[in-house]
Design a protein around this ligand. Structure first.
Ligand code: ATP
Ligand code: MG
Length: 268
């Protein structure tokens, strides 16, 4: 399990360019003690947004990357053997509830079904985390907020969130930024000038239009940032585009050839 907790300093707020009213909505949800669900395609800024908001509000951020083996006990904690004794060890969710701050469960639909059971009492007006094993019942402090995210594009029939879970969250849908704003983000993240970033964002727009036909997912903002960073570091544009905006998208030779053609037409 990939777990990280840190207390960000007010002086180092991660850069985030909002696409809509998500900053105000997050602040209201936090003030109102409401849990938040973020959905949107890969690499569109969900994780960056949460890091930005935690820093902005001066809250500790506890991040858990969920995977298909993640169980409720991984989140809440378990008894572990330590020098002959069995000692209770808090999981990341329990730590977050004890300490307060934001607990961010990334790709929450991946987790096992029993995770919903621990999230339910935390995400309604009870705001409690019952720890069956220790007999404790932790009340979440005022600063505690649960944020979960997932990518609806990857959802299969089995991996959906039940209505009884999802209807406990305030939800925000994310999408890629409009071209002018995305250009500014890519330029800021990579250091490449906006003039040189422009055709990359145009190409991304063309490739995103193929989503659902030849491609499972469109080019993410993350990949455009990679591309621009490689160009800024001196790699020829064509090579950078192939390695970041084409190869990661497909393994199919015909689809790849078609993408290369589109890239030639847009970038030259
Ligand atoms: N609105 C934005 N403001 C600043 N940077 C952004 C924004 N959107 C995307 N980025 C850039 O794109 C990268 C990927 O974003 P992020 O990791 O937040 O995506 P994500 O939505 O969490 O993706 P995934 O679903 O794959 O976890 C960031 O590291 C950042 O460089
Ligand atoms: Mg993420």
């Amino acid at each position: 399990m990939n777990v990280a907790a840190f207390v960000p300093s007010k002086t180092a707020i991660p850069y985030y360019a909002p696409g809509g009213n998500e900053v105000a909505l997050f602040e209201r949800a936090w003030a109102g003690q409401l849990p938040l669900l973020l959905k949107g395609p890969t690499g569109c800024g969900k994780t960056r947004f949460v890091a930005h908001m935690a820093a902005r509000l001066g809250l500790p951020l506890h991040t858990v990357s969920c995977h298909d083996d993640l169980t409720a006990a991984d989140l809440t904690g378990r008894y572990l053997l330590k020098g002959g004794d069995t000692v209770w060890t808090d999981g990341p969710l329990t730590r977050a509830v004890r300490e307060g701050g934001i607990c961010y469960l990334d790709e929450v639909v991946e987790a096992r079904k029993d995770v919903a059971v621990v999230l339910h009492p935390l995400t309604d007006d009870r705001r409690i985390l019952p720890l069956e094993r220790t007999g404790e019942e932790l009340a979440a402090p005022q600063s505690f907020m649960l944020v979960v995210s997932y990518n609806p594009g990857y959802q299969s029939l089995i991996k959906t969130m039940k209505p009884s879970t999802r209807q406990r969250f305030v939800a925000i849908e994310f999408d890629f930024l409009p071209p002018e704003q995305e250009m500014a983000v890519v330029a800021a993240e990579s250091g490449l000038s906006e003039t040189r970033v422009r055709p990359l964002v145009q190409l991304a727009g063309r490739l995103r239009a193929l989503k659902g036909q030849d491609l499972e997912e469109g080019v993410s903002t993350r990949l455009i940032v990679y591309c621009a960073s490689l160009i800024e570091a001196g790699l020829p544009t064509r090579e950078a585009v192939l390695a970041t905006m084409i190869e990661p998208l497909t393994d199919d030779a015909d689809v790849k050839a078609a993408l290369v053609e589109i890239a030639r037409a847009v970038i030259g």
